[in-house]
Every structure is written in structure tokens, then in C-alpha cells.
Design a protein around this ligand. Sequence first.
Ligand SMILES: [Zn+2]
Length: 76
Amino acid sequence: MVGYIESAGPGTDLGEFRVGDLVLVSNAWGCGSCRFCRVGMEDHCQSWTMPGFHVWGGYGELVRVLLGPWSGRPGG
Ligand SMILES: [Zn+2]
């Protein structure tokens, strides 16, 4: 999914990103805490989340997503 960061939750660390940035977000993300996620293998996570299946997806006007190491800038 590609979209602009509309807002961030209180205390959220956006890292290199800022509100208003165009970002590319993976179509699935891990829990962030299991042994697979901790070593960057989110695709093996047993508690992964897929927008459009587990939560509202990319066709929504606004989508709540997690930014992580798998997020980036389109074309960058
Ligand atoms: Zn996980």
C-alpha cells in the first residue's frame, strides 16, 4: 500500500518519517515481538496482520497501519 501519513498516535516515534510523507507499507506485518519478528523475518510470524483481511485495507480512505523496518518511500 502507498499513502500519506495523515497522523500518528500520541507518543508514536515515526523514525525517519514525518506526518505528510508519502510511504510504502508492506501488505502484511508481524507482531513485532516474536522470535521471527525480532530477527526481521516477519513473514514467518504466527500473529501477522494483513490489511484487507484482518483490518481495514488499502481501499479505505484512511487505513491504520504500523510503520516498521519493512516500510519505505516509494521509489526510494
Ligand atoms: Zn511476530
